[in-house]
Design a protein. Structure first.
Length: 502
């Protein structure tokens, strides 16, 4: 091989070793924690979900796990980044006494050394060491010309495993494992966001129920007070007795007490919503909330289950975990092999009167080495046991995957049944309200005509109140059931136009 070509190849290798591997891009920060909370106007679910994405504590905590996983990829890729070294040294030696001293000569030597090295590990498992050194020597007395003299040397040494530790797949396994870890972290973050959305929806719907119940109870109190006023007036005219007035007062007291409890429930519901939105002061007034129109959605287990498998994070995370353990099996199996390395090295050197000449002049000296190294641990029992453990972890994770899939089937089946049952419940409760309203109107008309007692009117009022609350609860149950089904399907993200990294 021509010497200029060899020197050019060594220089090119040093440059290539200096180029770092491109690391995986870290995902950008999701959400804005400092976004102001404004719930003064009509409060929509879209607004609440948007605020919770930036302020919800659980989502923000899970976000850091994504960042940590991305940094793990950087850590594993750094194993293949080169290490540069530079060393400069000066050594001066003067003898204390010598036979030449009688001739006026004091022997001494002056050595100055500068060395540059590059060490790197390649994805094949090979270790590479390349270096260049320049030595300036000055001796008194001079033993050979030139003096002072400059010597240059360039060398490269490569050691490549052939069995244990060999292969691109083996040496990139930790990088791929870290990248799978990023995917798992993204899927866990997706799960946290879906859980947060379900929590916001459920809390929002419960607040709808609590405020609706409060309005129903306020209307109940108004009717009870109206009945008390009528009974008091009729008692004064002798139409009714004190018992009728006392029954009416008891109805007012009961309605007032229930209204107090309903107000407390409304306040607790507002706090629950603010908690999900990350409000730490709980000083924000929650404006008007309104029922979204869901109608009577058509549901299908096959469609929902397919969406859950395709879009849900749980099965995808379990599959990514299986792939991680398969990488562990790959490494553990390769580790059961003996160590067999092939190594080789090549070096050139020159000698001249100046540093420039030693670098650019003819390189008159060279050396090369080559060999094999074999190492076999007795029995390989530990490595084989680790390999069996890795295989067991893969099988265990596959069983866990099947268990997760089974749980998903059960959850989707229950969610579909929940929607179907809630639709029927809304129909039945709405019909019950119509009957209760008609019964109350007839009972009140009979009371006004003197054909019914105030006690019967109170009973009709309570029946109507219960029917209205039941209808309200049925509508909220339908909304919650649809939200749960969207949660398992993973379709809540599309509903609220949220894009997450996979």
């Amino acid at each position: 091989m021509p010497r200029p070509t060899v020197r050019a190849g060594l220089a090119l290798l040093c440059v290539l070793m200096a180029l770092p591997l491109r690391a995986g891009d870290s995902p950008p920060a999701f959400g804005e924690a400092s976004a102001p909370i404004d719930l003064s106007g009509p409060v929509t679910l879209q607004n609440c979900v948007g605020l919770a994405l930036g302020r919800n504590f659980t989502v923000r905590i899970q976000q850091f796990s994504v960042f940590e996983a991305a940094d793990s990829v950087e850590v594993q890729q750094a194993a293949f980044e080169p290490t540069f070294g530079f060393n400069a040294n000066k050594q001066v030696t003067q003898e204390a006494s010598s036979a030449l001293a009688s001739y006026g000569v004091v022997p001494y030597s002056d050595l100055e050394t500068a060395a540059f090295t590059v060490n790197d590990t390649l994805v094949t498992g090979a270790t590479v060491q390349a270096g260049y050194s320049l030595v300036r020597s000055n001796y008194n007395p001079s033993y050979a010309p030139p003096n002072p003299a400059f010597g240059s040397s360039a060398s490269i040494t490569v050691t490549q495993p052939l069995l244990h530790g060999a292969g691109i797949d083996y040496n990139r396994a930790e990088i791929e494992r870290a990248r799978l870890g990023v995917r798992i972290s993204n899927l866990n973050f997706k799960s946290a966001v879906l859980t947060m959305i379900l929590g916001v929806e459920t809390t929002y719907y419960n607040l709808l129920y609590q405020r609706g119940q409060y309005k129903v109870q306020a209307e109940e109190l108004k009717q009870a007070q109206q009945l008390l006023d009528e009974n008091t007036l009729k008692r004064q005219t002798g139409t009714l007795t004190d018992l009728d007035v006392m029954n009416a007062r008891a109805g007012v007291a009961t309605a007032q007490n229930q209204l107090i409890l309903d107000k407390q429930a409304v306040q607790n519901g507002e706090d629950g919503l603010l908690q999900l939105l990350g409000d730490r002061k709980f000083s924000t007034n929650v404006g008007e909330v309104a029922f979204p129109d869901v109608g009577e959605p058509e549901v299908s287990f096959d469609r929902s289950y397919k969406l859950a498998r395709d879009q849900g994070p749980d099965l995808a995370a379990a599959q990514a975990s299986i792939e991680q353990f398969k990488l562990d099996v790959l490494k553990a199996k390769r580790d059961t092999l003996p160590t067999l390395n092939v190594n080789g090295g090549l070096g050139y050197n020159s000698f001249a009167a100046t540093a420039g000449e030693s670098l650019t002049g003819p390189w008159s000296g060279y050396n090369w080495t080559g060999g094999l190294t074999l190492s076999i641990p007795w029995g390989m029992h530990a490595n084989r046991a680790l390999y069996h453990q890795a295989e067991s972890q893969v099988r265990s994770q596959q069983v866990a995957y099947d268990q997760t899939d089974q749980g998903l089937v059960v959850a989707v089946r229950a969610a579909v049944r929940g929607v179907e049952a809630s639709i029927e419940s809304v129909r039945a409760s709405s019909e019950n309200v119509r009957f209760a309203e008609k019964a109350y109107e007839l009972t009140k008309a009979q009371f006004d005509a003197g054909l019914a007692t105030s006690y019967l009117v109170l009973q009709a009022q309570n029946t109507l109140e219960t029917a209205r609350v039941s209808e309200l609860q049925a509508k909220v149950n339908l909304l919650v059931a649809v939200a749960k089904l969207r949660f398992y399907e993973g379709s809540s993200l599309q509903l609220y136009r949220i894009n997450l990294p996979e």
